[in-house]
Design a protein. Structure first.
Length: 137
């Protein structure tokens, strides 16, 4: 249980109870150990970079590392990411690249574009309502 006065929190913000997070991480670590699988974390699903050092102690795929290699020569290089954890570019082993662009005043995601040469696989631009809901265009 959080030992914090929620009335004094500046909003908007995210609050994480690290003890509950760690309890869940212990369960996931046990699943990895018993099954032999590797659990990786989806940045799109949970991009709270401030708790990565804790998560890294339990899960296989949580480091913002420079190079990731997979089966059959599949690889990716995190070529550009900032100290605040925002990824700027990922270069894939097949020559494709994903670029990330952010709104400067809010640091929210503005655009994701994945291309291989002149071929564009993904080009999504994001806009947000005043209620912070994401709209994809």
């Amino acid at each position: 249980m959080l030992n914090i006065d929620l009335n004094n929190i500046q909003t908007p913000c995210y609050i994480v109870d690290e003890s509950l997070l760690e309890k869940n991480l212990c369960i996931l670590e046990d699943v990895q150990r018993r099954s032999g699988c590797k659990i990786i974390m989806a940045l799109k699903g949970f991009a709270m970079f401030s708790v990565f050092p804790l998560i890294r102690q339990y899960l296989a795929g949580t480091s913002l590392i420079e190079f990731v290699s997979g089966p059959a020569g599949v690889s990716a290089t995190f070529s550009d990411y900032a100290a605040d954890g925002k990824i700027g570019r990922i270069d894939y082993g097949n020559g494709a690249t994903t670029f990330y662009d952010y709104y400067g005043h809010t640091n929210r995601l503005k655009r994701i574009k994945t291309a291989l040469g002149e071929t564009i696989f993904l080009d999504e631009q994001y806009k947000y309502t005043q209620c912070k809901e994401r709209l994809i265009h």
